[in-house]
Design a protein around this ligand. Sequence first.
Ligand code: ADP
Ligand code: MG
Ligand code: ZN
Length: 615
Amino acid sequence: MDSNLKLKTRFSFVYVIIAFLALLLLQEYVIGPLVAGEEEVPYSRFRQDLAQGLIDKVTVEPERIVYSVTGPEDDTEKADPRLKAVRIEDRDLVRDLVDAGVEFQAHTPSKSVSGQVFGWILPILPFVVIWWFLMKRMGKGGPGGMMSFGKSKATEISGEMSTVTFADVGGADEVEVELKEIIDFLNHPDRFAKIGAKLPKGILLVGPPGTGKTLLAKATAGEAGVPFFSISGSEFVEMFVGVGASRVRDLFDQAKAKAPCIIFIDEIDAIGQSRSGAMAVKSNDEREQTLNQLLYEMDGFDANEGVVIMAATNRPEVLDKALLRAGRFDRQIVVPLPTEKGRLQILQIHAAKVSLAQDVELDKLAQITTGFSGADLANLVNEAALLAVRRGAQKVTMIDFDLAIERIVAGLQRDMPLEGDIRAKVAFHEGGHALVSHLLPLTDKVHKVSIIPTSRGALGFTMEMPEEDRHLMSKPALEQRLAVMLGGRAAELLVFNETSTGASNDLERATDLARRMVTEFGMSEALGPVRYAGPAGSGYLGGQVATRNLSPDIENLIDAEIRRLLDGAHETALELLTTHETDLREIARVLQEEEVISGETVSEIVAETGESGQG
Ligand code: ADP
Ligand code: MG
Ligand code: ZN
């Protein structure tokens, strides 16, 4: 490349300058004085020579005096030795020179060449050196020095084959079946070509964070035994202006040279965000260019070249529609949260790496970890192992797993216990949640109630564990869930006749749920089965849901309906707690004593006092 050549010549130019400067230095301080044959003498010697009339010629310079002596008749060694003395303030000098009849002149030496050069070169030399050093550093990435800026990072892992296989992925059997087809294709592209079958160019893995999308992509490459080129969307965004697009081009060039292979773009939402969506208000030219280049490259090659493009995202709804068009990422594979069976497989995979005690029942763990992603489960095993190490134990026991679950669900425990009034209040609050949950039939089972403050700022927590994975919830089930959420606050009202700030998080969550019931699930009779919330997914992962432009009347009606649902839930909770006040007091008492109680303890207390169990 000629850009390379330019770089080389510039470097040799730098060397020439350095050599030139060195020569100047040599001339100025070593050779110059030698040739001139000037000998430095003290000023007193000069005065002495002058007084003795030995001097015949004097040159007065601003900083020194150069003179030659005639020398005594007998001194024949030096015909005309030139001497110099550093000048000293001497008012009588001129008079004495005139008196002695010496030929004298003043002389301003034109600054020597080297002096001039150094005058301005030295100050900028450090900058030159720094610049040169930086260039070298930047250039380390690739063979082209600085000019390889745009080369994709994928270079670094090209040729590196993935060692991950489907055996390392648990609970994704259905996804694996779909990916097998891709593997087939990568292994025998000719077969597909012969029949004229075209595979989708792009496969988009969609699912919540931590469900193993990245892992599955690696495993696909591992199973197929083809090179894996991977780059993350966020890496593109970090790059300098104009580099993103060239990286995409480069990535595809390299991949095509190594076909069959897999290109994997992780977190593609970072570049593939809709250009017209709400997020695009401050449009990002750089990202847009990168996206356009990606679209261009995807269109520009034939599917049967043996390059399969995979991408992953947990926000498919924000992706630009152009990316999902036919011929691009037209096949979407959903990677859901694992089911109980899947969780067991994942736990088995990760637990195989630690030494387990006899008492660990992975199937039980799989049962109570509803909602955990694969990454959560991997983290769970690791946390449990860490706890075992801290205990100084040889093996990881069930207790370690229990504590680890608690840690993950509730944040790290703080060891500062609550005191006095607050302790009682928190006990009644959490007791309220637990009791309402226990008494209502459609709610999740209480797993654990605690009044140990968590590092996330909660003073206590009630942990519920769904007995099965639920995707559909009926209106009564949701109403009962609301009652559980408000149960803590209701208990405070019942016992202390006042509420505390501790319930504000509960209120927030309950209001959110009620709003969704009204505006998304069509569960309000007054409003009917109409969706009032904004387009699906406009709120990222259940965040604030943008409502459509609604008339004030409808807005008021929505608010009224939310209010009605919450009031009803509060009534339910308060009624239950009032009829079971003895149970509530007993639960709160035991809680204050033991700080943590299990769901079974709650059932036992309710059974013992003999009040009717189900409400
Ligand atoms: P995602 O890309 O979907 O956010 P990752 O693939 O990065 O999730 O998963 C992070 C880690 O969690 C993996 O490296 C693996 O250790 C673990 N993990 C996630 N899902 C699974 C799974 N299905 N089977 C085994 N391990 C998993
Ligand atoms: Mg990932
Ligand atoms: Zn609460």
